[in-house]
Design a protein around this ligand. Structure first.
Ligand code: PMP
Length: 356
């Protein structure tokens, strides 16, 4: 029950056990094509260019930045924690100038603050982490997007801890890049970087002669995304089959039903935590439905508590940054149901009784 990788459904696991076929085998090519089409539906876009390639969420972040923002140009990062801050490090690695609007941990940057910052200067792009997995903060993306509407800044959304668990509307919000990983609310194993790119962002990439990437260059992948029978670099065959199955599950359930289920599971988890006398770290105004960041009771040893939970068969994650040791994180996303929430709460209750 860590906030990713999440439990992988049997139907998805089964695809990993299939014989690995050639990346040009017709049935695989068809599955790859289907995966790209499904991804566009999940992103809710008619026009975005999908990319599904080997890599982690971090690689997808890097790909977005290196294709869109040239060295010496300026990026505005809206950060709600550890993963927001990662954008600054990626920018530094590519010689991109960077300003950061940082919230207090556990709170969200107000949309007015973003508007005020954009009044001071222009940027090549703005990055927003939809749900920062370190703080449990869900960013008010629709409000940010409304401010950016009509402006020249590209809006890059990191959906790694949100996509397929929290509402995301590529076209309605005017996103330029939505990127995500396979291993969270999509419920697939890790290893695939997933991006949707707007026509405007593709145009920006085309306007640049060279970029500081080879295997991360959208233009090298574009022919393969148009026709997956072509070759540029061997795709992770079984991981793509797994992702396609995971996306199939998402669409079979129905996006809206799935998002509602995430809301219900989050409410069930929060109610259970309250019964146990545990408090959430994240401000009530911006709590994500995909995970909970939970404060430890006074005097509880984090490692002992999580160890006691693991002995009862439930793994939760430690906290990061300034709250490391003082809080823990529990995921409630992907292909899980009320039974997993209840079992987690039971294990928590038992762990509390031996550690307090
Ligand atoms: N963004 C967010 C919000 C994340 O939670 C993570 C990983 N937990 C990443 C980016 C990086 O993804 P990965 O670990 O797959 O590189």
């Amino acid at each position: 029950m860590i906030p990713g990788p999440t439990p992988v459904h049997e139907r998805i696991l089964e695809t990993l056990a299939r014989p690995t076929v050639s990346h040009q085998y017709p049935a695989f090519v068809e599955a790859y094509r289907e995966c790209l089409t499904r991804w566009r539906r999940i992103a809710r876009s008619e026009t975005a260019q999908p990319f599904v390639v080997s890599g982690s969420g971090t690689f997808a972040m890097e790909m977005a930045l290196v294709n869109l923002v040239a060295p010496g140009h300026r990026l505005l990062v809206v950060s709600h924690g550890f993963f927001g801050d990662r954008w600054e490090q990626i920018a530094q690695a590519f010689g991109v100038e960077c300003d950061v609007l940082r919230s207090e941990w556990g709170r969200a940057v107000d949309a007015d603050e973003l508007a005020a910052q954009l009044d001071t200067r222009s940027y090549a792009a703005v990055t927003v982490t939809h749900v920062d997995t370190s703080t449990g903060v869900e960013a008010p993306v629709a409000d940010y997007a409304a401010i950016l509407n009509g402006r020249e800044e590209h809006l890059i959304l990191d959906g790694v801890c949100a996509t397929a668990g929290i509402d995301e509307r590529f076209d309605d919000w005017g996103l330029d890049v939505l990127l995500t990983g396979a291993q969270k609310a999509l419920g697939a194993p890790p290893g695939v970087a997933i991006l949707a790119v707007s026509p405007r962002a593709m145009k920006t990439r085309r306007s640049r002669e060279t970029i500081a990437a080879y295997s991360g260059d959208w233009l090298r992948w574009l022919p393969i995304m148009d026709d997956p029978a072509k070759y540029f670099s061997t795709p992770p065959v079984n991981e793509i089959l797994a992702l396609n199955e995971a996306m199939g599950l998402v669409l079979e359930e129905g996006l809206t039903t799935r998002l509602d289920r995430h809301g219900e599971l989050a409410a069930r988890m929060r109610a259970g935590l309250e019964r146990l006398g545990l408090e959430l770290f994240t401000d009530a105004s911006c709590r994500a439905d995909t995970l909970s960041v939970v404060m430890h009771r006074e005097g509880v040893d984090d490692a002992a508590f999580r160890g006691a939970m693991a002995e009862r068969g439930v793994v939760v994650a430690g906290a990061l940054g300034p709250i490391a040791g003082r809080a823990f994180r529990v995921g409630h996303m992907g292909n899980i149901g009320p039974a997993e929430i209840d079992r987690t709460l039971d294990a928590m209750g038992a762990a509390l009784s031996v550690t307090t």
